[in-house]
Design a binder for this molecule. Structure first.
Ligand code: ADP
Ligand code: ADP
Length: 227
């Protein structure tokens, strides 16, 4: 892989593992966009688009939105000019069908996934993280009431917006999302291990330590951190 090849990195991990937090840091470091399927659905929901209205019921229940609409949405996002040099994928793919569709779409453009870091966190930690998560509705920055609090309680450090808690982060829906993750998404760990792309990273460390481990893992795979 040369320094100028487009760089596609998939962050794999359960809800609450720290994918969004880490995707944001990596996107900044690598100067390629974070493409977060959950954020794309929430944007559609806020704008009341037909896609947003379709996704709402699934999201409220903590279930996955059907593959066909999800794949179309992410492929459209990846085709935008700012993703020409690659992307940090956060929350996609979440099923084997999505992974296969992504591989095909990239292959058609002569591209491929460079590396799949799997951020590994215990179930107990996941529930604690989801329960204390607060988000900025404007810039999507994620905070945690204990582990990563904003400077002023309830207010985004970056743009001063009032933070909110996601309705699907309540304990019952969060548990359901974890179950769905173990059934439908966890098989991707073996899928990418078999392809030689998986790198396990200990997600129980501090945000900074996880970031360092991810940068080291990506660099070790020769996936363009030279610049
Ligand atoms: P988390 O950050 O907690 O993992 P996300 O923001 O990624 O959650 O996703 C929120 C919800 O959006 C999911 O519970 C699901 O309903 C929907 N969603 C997001 N990404 C996908 C996907 N790749 N496939 C299907 N549904 C998705
Ligand atoms: P995901 O996108 O995988 O669902 P997030 O990045 O939204 O996960 O993180 C879930 C919650 O945990 C957020 O409140 C975030 O601030 C917090 N968090 C993320 N990484 C860590 C970490 N390494 N240590 C402690 N808290 C973390």
């Amino acid at each position: 892989m040369t320094a100028n090849s487009p760089l596609y990195i998939i962050l794999l991990g359960a809800p609450g593992a720290g994918k969004g937090t880490q995707a944001r840091l990596l996107a900044e470091k690598l100067a390629i966009p974070q493409v977060a399927s959950g954020d794309l659905f929430r944007e559609n929901l806020n704008q009341q688009t037909p896609l947003g209205l379709l996704a709402k019921g699934y999201m409220d229940r903590g279930e996955l939105v059907p593959d066909d609409v999800t794949i179309r949405m992410v492929e459209e996002r990846l085709a935008r000019p700012d993703a020409e040099r690659g992307a940090i994928l956060d929350g996609f793919p979440r099923t084997i069908a999505q992974a296969e569709a992504l591989e095909q779409a990239l292959a058609q453009a002569g591209r491929r996934v460079a590396c799949v870091p799997y951020i590994k966190v215990s179930e107990q930690t996941l529930l604690l993280r989801l329960g204390g998560r607060w988000i900025c509705p404007v810039c999507q920055t994620t905070y945690h009431v204990l582990y990563s609090p904003p400077k002023v309680a309830g207010i985004c450090d970056k743009d001063g917006s009032p933070l909110y808690q996601r309705p699907d982060d309540t304990e019952e829906t969060a548990r359901n999302r974890l179950q769905i993750y173990f059934q439908q998404t966890a098989p991707l760990i073996a899928y990418y291990r078999d392809k030689g792309l998986l790198v396990e990273v200990d997600g129980e460390q501090s945000i900074e330590a996880v970031h360092g481990a991810l940068v080291a893992a990506i660099t070790a795979r020769g996936a363009g951190l030279a610049s």
